[in-house]
Design a protein around this ligand. Structure first.
Ligand SMILES: *Cc1c(COP(=O)(O)O)cnc(C)c1O
Length: 361
């Protein structure tokens, strides 16, 4: 059978490495004892070992300090928007947020919904969410329990280069950047992210929580969202997303074989650098984001003539470049360049863009 794998630029669920898919395929019908990983008990020794190995790999690859718990939960990053207030605060407590775009806004809405005094201490609305707060331009609220921010805004294509400097506890939605580069976890109280961007497939959200923050959950917290209860149960209070955890383990093996997060960071920077250079070097394409806030993961760009959007997308699809349509709220195009997107895929996109602009520009 001959087939061509598409270069899939989706923002998530995202492209996976072919090696990972082929390994999953080779193990699919007979993982252990004539059963697939999807068919075994999550409490049996084979799956318990599989989940433990995935956790050990994650700790190794991301250099997670020993005083952090690693939780494998469900409900996505979106579930954690509510779980964070439930696990860390009482109603009426004060928390701080950076609003850098759509995912920040959803986290802010959940904070309000959970009865918190929610202070947006930096809001990038004035730049139409094309910037990140400048260091020193914001003042944390005295007594705030934490500062929540989104290191990479997947929709707007805005990314922080540095970790915000604050005395407050830091909570980060790392959904679209976790495992794309090294990260100093010790700077954070909580880091969480859905697996379907850089870490594997949908169904799994990874939560890293500093141990001293456990034990504070509101009594009303749904048990499956209670970090303390889940930590005690090794994330197996109920049936966990077994196949997603297995896939995370395969992704981590692939990352290790490729040289770990330093190598990922180098590759991701090179891919994004090439695409931004192509956009900036053209009269036909543009990216609205401030240069120092540009995402390495999600690159939105617009065509000089939006009437050509459809034709651009149809031609791209025919060239094996899929899912380039921009988010409905932003329009134009968006190329997501997560770990599994090879440099060759980015080069194929640049070549297509150059040819298209030459013909239509
Ligand atoms: C994708 C994404 C989410 C939502 O993740 P779900 O798993 O769909 O809940 C939240 N935040 C950011 C930054 C994301 O990229």
């Amino acid at each position: 059978m001959t087939f061509m794998r598409a270069y899939n630029f989706s923002a998530g669920p995202a492209m996976l490495p072919l090696e990972v898919l082929e390994r999953a395929q080779s193990e699919l019908t007979d993982w252990r004892s004539g059963m697939s990983v999807m068919e075994v008990s999550h409490r049996g020794k084979d799956f318990v070992a599989c989940a433990a190995a995935a956790e050990a790999s994650l700790r190794e690859v991301l250099a997670v300090p020993d005083n952090y718990k690693v939780l494998f939960l469900q409900g996505g990053a979106s579930g954690q928007f509510d779980a964070i207030p439930l696990n860390l605060t009482a109603p009426g407590d004060t928390v701080d947020f950076f609003n850098t775009g759509q995912w920040s806004k959803k986290a802010i809405a959940a904070s309000t919904r959970q009865g918190l005094t929610t202070n947006v201490i930096a809001d990038e609305a004035a730049s139409r969410y094309t910037t990140v707060p400048a260091p020193g331009s914001y003042t944390p609220t005295p007594g705030a329990t934490y500062l929540h921010y989104t290191p990479n805004e997947t929709i707007g294509g805005v990314e922080f280069t540095d970790i915000p400097k604050t005395e407050a506890l830091l909570v980060a939605d790392g959904s679209s950047m976790l495992l794309s580069k090294p990260m100093d976890i010790s700077q954070f109280g909580v880091v969480y992210g859905g697996a379907q961007k850089n870490m594997g497939i949908a169904g799994l959200v990874v939560v890293l929580v500093r141990e001293d923050l456990l034990g504070r959950a509101r009594p009303s917290t749904p048990e499956v969202f209670n970090w303390t209860a889940q930590a005690k149960a090794d994330s197996m209070l109920n049936t966990p997303p077994t196949f997603s955890i297995y896939l995370l383990g395969l992704m981590l093996d692939w990352i290790k074989a490729a040289g770990g997060l330093t190598a990922m960071a180098g590759r991701n920077a090179a891919k994004a650098g090439a695409l931004y250079a192509a956009i900036d070097g053209s009269e036909f394409y543009s990216n609205p984001v401030a240069v120092d806030a540009r995402s390495r993961m999600n690159v939105p760009f617009i065509l000089a003539n939006p009437d050509l959007d459809k034709e651009f997308l149809v031609g791209a699809e025919a060239a094996g470049l899929t899912n380039l349509e921009g988010h409905r709220s932003v329009g134009g195009m968006r190329a997501s360049l997560y770990n599994a997107m090879p440099q060759a895929g980015v080069q194929a996109l640049i070549d297509y863009m150059t040819t298209f602009a030459a013909q239509k520009g």
